[in-house]
Design a protein around this ligand. Structure first.
Ligand code: C5P
Length: 292
C-alpha cells in the first residue's frame, strides 16, 4: 500500500432503497427497517501528521460546513471519540475533508465522513487494539447511520439504524442521484410524519436482476418521503423527472431527503440517462454503480 493510500479514505454516500418507520423509542428516536446500499459517489478524507487534531475543508460543498475547533463537525467528533477510546497519548492529526456530496441531503454524507474518519485514524494512529466491534460501538455513539457507513456494503438496518444484518444478494444495478439543492432537517422530517408505523419488510434471499429489484421495492416505501415532500416541494419535481427518464426502473427518495434516486439496468444505462437529462443547473446529480 502506498503512503498516499494509507493517508486517505473515501466516504461513500448511503442510499436507503426503502425505509419503514416501525416504531418509536422512549427517547424519541425512531425504530427503522431499511436496506442501505452504497453508490460509488463519495467525499474524500486525507490525513497528515500535526501537533493537534484539526480539520480543513475543500470541495464544492465545503462552504456549507464549519471546521474550527469549536465546530460540531462529525469528522472532529469522530476523531475525538476514537482518541478517547484509545485511552493513551496519541500524536495530532490534520484531516482534510474534500466535500463532494451535498450536506443534509439524506445520503448520509456526514455519517459517511465520520465512518471514514474512524477507519482512517485507526490506521494512521496504529490502533490495532481497537477491534471492529469497538469501532462499531464508537460509530453508534456518533449517529444512527454511522455504523452502516462503517460497514459500507449492502446491509439491512434495524433498531434505530445500528442493528445490521446482510441484505439480500444484489444484482448489478445502475443508480442516478439527484438533489434539488435544498437542505432538509432530519429531525423536522421525523417530527412532521404521521403517527402510524409500518411493518418490517419481507425480503427474498436475492434479486436476480435490476428489474426484479425494482419490482420488489415497489411493494415497499420510504415512509419519510411524504413528510419530506411537504417540507420541500421540489422533491416532487425531482421524483417526477427521475421517473420519466428513459430506462428508469424506480424513482424514490433516500433517507430523510431531499436526495432522490432512480434505478437502472446497469451503471452505463444510468450514466447515459444522466447525459441526456435536461435538469436545472442548480440540481446536483451523479450516476454510476454500487459498491457490492
Ligand atoms: O442519528 P442522527 O444524528 O443522524 O439523527 C438525527 C436526528 O434524526 C435525531 O436527532 C432524531 O431526531 C432523528 N432520528 C430518529 N430516529 C432515527 C434516526 C434519526 O428519530 N432512527
Amino acid at each position: 500500500m502506498t503512503a498516499a493510500m494509507e493517508g486517505e479514505e473515501i466516504a461513500c454516500a448511503k442510499v436507503n432503497l426503502y425505509l419503514h418507520v416501525t416504531g418509536r423509542r422512549a427517547d424519541g428516536y425512531h425504530l427503522l427497517d431499511s436496506l442501505a446500499v452504497f453508490p460509488r459517489a463519495f467525499d474524500r478524507l486525507t490525513v497528515a501528521p500535526a501537533d493537534a487534531i484539526g480539520l480543513s475543508l475543500d470541495g464544492p460543498f465545503a462552504a456549507q460546513l464549519q471546521a474550527g475547533p469549536a465546530a460540531d463537525n462529525l469528522v472532529l467528533r469522530a476523531a475525538r471519540a476514537l482518541a478517547a477510546a484509545a485511552g493513551r497519548s496519541l500524536p495530532g492529526a490534520h484531516l482534510v475533508l474534500h466535500k463532494h456530496l451535498p450536506v443534509a441531503s439524506g445520503i448520509g454524507g456526514g455519517s459517511a465522513d465520520a465512518a471514514a474518519t474512524l477507519r482512517l485514524l485507526r490506521r494512521f494512529w496504529g490502533l490495532h487494539e481497537i477491534a471492529d466491534g469497538q469501532l462499531h460501538a464508537i460509530a453508534t455513539g456518533l449517529g444512527a447511520d454511522v455504523p452502516v457507513c462503517l460497514a459500507r456494503h449492502p446491509a439491512r438496518m434495524q433498531g434505530v439504524g445500528e442493528v445490521l444484518t446482510p441484505g439480500p444478494a444484489m444484482p448489478e444495478v445502475g443508480m442516478m442521484l439527484v438533489n434539488c439543492g435544498e437542505a432538509v432537517s432530519t429531525p423536522a422530517v421525523f417530527r412532521s410524519r404521521a403517527p402510524e408505523f409500518s411493518p418490517a419488510a419481507e425480503l427474498p434471499p436475492s434479486w436476480p436482476s435490476a428489474a426484479a429489484l425494482a419490482e420488489g421495492l415497489r411493494g415497499l416505501t420510504n415512509d419519510l418521503e411524504t413528510p419530506a415532500r411537504a417540507l420541500c416541494p421540489a422533491i416532487d419535481e425531482v421524483l417526477q423527472r427521475l421517473a420519466a427518464l428513459p430506462g428508469a426502473l424506480l424513482a424514490r427518495m433516500s433517507g430523510s431527503g431531499a436526495t432522490c434516486f432512480a434505478l437502472f439496468e446497469s451503471p452505463d444505462a444510468a450514466v447515459r440517462a444522466e447525459a441526456r437529462a435536461d435538469f436545472p443547473a442548480r440540481w446536483w446529480r451523479w450516476s454510476g454503480g454500487l459498491f457490492q
